[in-house]
Design a protein around this ligand. Sequence first.
Ligand code: PLP
Length: 392
Amino acid sequence: MPSVTDRVQRLAPSATLVVMKRAAELRAQGKDLVDFGIGEPDFPTPEHVKRAGWEAIASDFTKYTPAGGIPELKEAVSLYYEREYEASFDPQSEVIITCGSKHALYEIAMVLFEPGDEVLLPTPYWVTYPAQIQLAGARLVPLEAREEAGFALTASEVEGALTPRTKAIILNFPNNPSGATIAPSELRAIVELARARDFYVISDECYDRFVYEEPPLSASRFGKENVVVTGSCSKTYAMTGWRIGWACGPSEVIKAMEKVQSQSTSNPTSIAQKAAVAALTGDQACVHEMIQEYRKRRDLMVQGLNEIPGVRCPVPKGAFYAFPNVTGVLEQRGMNGCAELATHLVEEVGVVTVPGAAFGREGHLRFSYATARRRIEEGLERLRKALGGGSC
Ligand code: PLP
């Protein structure tokens, strides 16, 4: 049988899947697991957003739309950046609607990266970027964000990693998995550096609203030249399954993405686009309620983790993940790495986490706190019993 391409054979399967697959098997056997692995909101999609989806179906808004998205939604996205970040994007030429922001990032990789290009990727990183860089044939250059600084990146660290081949840096704040944000002054300096040294800042801002102490931030605040921002309804409005995201940036990049989209998925789902308009333009109280709840969960999670011997967890500033250093636990138990610990936790302790190696940082685990507070308490209790001293 003719084989699948080298390009795809070289892709590593997602490291997160190993633990997830095992968790699914154990669940099927009836085991009660506390799931800190999942990276999506546990809240339902808000009622008014669902209603907009139903109304779209009822009014037969169920056909192809323009490949780059309906004008109404592009307008809503453009207004969002103007309102929140005083950024101005022309809805027709500088905004594209995509099937989730993962899709936007994939298209960006396809239109901007090629063999010979270097893409700076701060670690820890979201698991998908390396695969997208690899698929585009570019070279990933990891840039270690300092744990002592709570994984917050600085412009001088970026500058130190630039070479004549640097085509782009991918930023993600609040960060998955660390929850780190970035200081506005550092972000501004990185955007200025990109202009001066001619590379792109690709800024994945899908958690932009989920910040707990600081105001939301976007690279779009500091200019559009050499900057492409991506955003999403997935997390902000608990709409992961609707698959609506977007990118805003220079018209040449957006036009090129639209070309790729028109030859691949065509448009994002028509009815989901209508629901997204309702999400972006409707009452935002639902978002504030979710943020308040996530903040309580964060405090509970971080305090509980820091009480466990061998675990050191900086306070995440945003998103809904904690990313503690667990090297103390690995040493105590003579374990080889965080994947072994994650496997032990799911098999013996009934707690699902994701090994930090999947995000480019060994010695860590990612805990998602997008789960009810009573389950967080239950999970922490299990961890305290298992890791709170003695051998496991
Ligand atoms: N970027 C980051 C950092 C994420 O964590 C995710 C999802 O987990 C995405 C992008 C993609 O989200 P979506 O495609 O649902 O917009």
